[in-house]
Design a protein around this ligand. Structure first.
Ligand code: MG
Length: 380
């Protein structure tokens, strides 16, 4: 048998690469605290690169393609899914990370994992599972993301979950609100947090326009949009409505990203912030300017009242929530309906949490199908 081709590779090329490319305040792979279950280093992939690959190959990641972002299925095919949102967050995060000389592999892993725990039907589904699991500590998509990568996924014979680097787990834990002011999330994690907000503020409005839940004129009454239009008007005149919409969306993304990058650059020029420990102890580095943050809040308020609570969205929300409630009660009454690999988890995790894990893993489409197959006829 021939030797594997990578036997002759220079060890740890990624180490040398990071030494050249990353700033002193970035999380260097060589300083990683490692994994819960120790594993030998890969000959030519750095630890965060491996994390990224493990996430992409996870079943929960593939299922993001059939999970709702905001607009529960049945409205149309244009709007974002959790997968396309996740890729947009990864794309924006990497732009910010590369500009600031941060660890892009870690950023990408954090971005790709950030919404892994979403149940079917977005926040509508999350609210139902939280209600059904109230006596067991409740349910949140951020905590579920951790459960998935720590123990629900089964891909490797030697350990449960994906055995991701501790920095990736820590970044996802920070999303549940667990961190201290002396030890804030890594700048890489702060970048993903900001990119998530930039992506959904921009894209939820775009999706709502496409679904005709809003008009462009209505959106242009919101300060963030009217300011973005003023910026577009400086360079373009006589645009059609759809050209204007696209130009404003592009401007919104570019403006928000530049704002965050410029502020971070100024902060990170401070020689006192030249280590990971120093940036962790400092005030948050990746933040929007106060004016932009205020305008984003106003947009979010507008979207909440006009889009997330739009009658058409609320009707769908009520329908899918009722289905999910019936499914939870249905599996509780008849646990034998659980697939064997979930039934096997009941002894260790309890029936309610196991049902929660099973339902949370479903795509919108699969939840709909299973509801029809197992429960719908019994309820009518
Ligand atoms: Mg997100």
């Amino acid at each position: 048998m021939n030797a594997a081709p990578h036997d002759s590779w220079e060890p740890a090329t990624w180490l040398a690469r990071e030494g050249v490319l990353l700033a002193a305040y970035a999380m260097h792979s060589a300083d990683s605290a490692g994994r819960k279950y120790p594993e030998p280093e890969h000959p030519y992939r750095g630890p965060f690169q491996r994390d990224r690959d493990r996430i992409v190959h996870a079943a929960a990641f593939r299922r993001l393609s059939s999970k709702t972002q905001v607009f529960t299925g049945g409205l149309d095919d244009y709007h974002r899914t959790r997968l396309t949102h996740t890729l947009e967050v990864a794309s924006v995060s990497r732009t910010i990370g590369r500009t600031l000389r941060l660890n892009e592999d870690l950023i990408e892993a954090l971005a790709l994992v950030h919404d892994l725990g979403h149940p079917p039907y977005g926040h509508a589904g999350e609210d139902v599972l939280d209600e059904c699991l109230r006596g067991e500590g409740g349910f949140s998509h951020n905590r579920q993301g951790l459960r998935i990568v720590e123990e629900v996924e089964h891909r490797y014979p030697d350990f449960p979950g994906l055995n991701l680097s501790l920095e990736v787990l820590e970044g996802q834990t920070a999303r549940t609100g667990t961190w201290s002011v002396n030890r804030r999330p890594l700048v890489e994690a702060q970048v993903v947090e900001a990119a998530d907000s930039i992506a959904y503020d921009t894209h939820d409005a775009d999706d709502a326009l496409k679904l005709e839940l809003l008009t462009l004129d209505e959106l242009l009454t919101v300060p963030l949009w009217s300011e973005a239009k003023r910026r577009v008007d400086r360079h373009h005149a006589g645009l059609t409505e759809s050209e204007l919409k696209r130009a404003v969306l592009h401007e919104l993304l570019d403006w928000q990203v530049s704002d965050v990058v410029e502020r971070a650059r100024r902060r990170l020029a401070d020689p006192a912030l030249s280590s990971v420990e120093a940036v962790r102890a400092a005030e948050p580095i990746i933040t929007a300017s106060p004016e932009l943050a205020q305008q984003k809040l106003e947009l979010e308020k507008f979207l909440r009242s006009r889009v997330y609570r739009h009658p058409q969205v609320l009707v769908l929300r009520a329908r899918v929530q009722q289905q999910l409630r019936e499914m939870f009660a249905g599996y509780l009454a008849r646990p034998e309906l659980l697939p064997p690999h979930f039934a096997a988890r009941v002894a260790r995790h309890g029936l309610r949490r196991t049902i929660g894990d099973y339902l949370a893993g479903m795509t919108d489409r699969y939840a709909e199908q299973e509801y029809e197959r197992l429960f719908a006829q019994q309820g009518s």
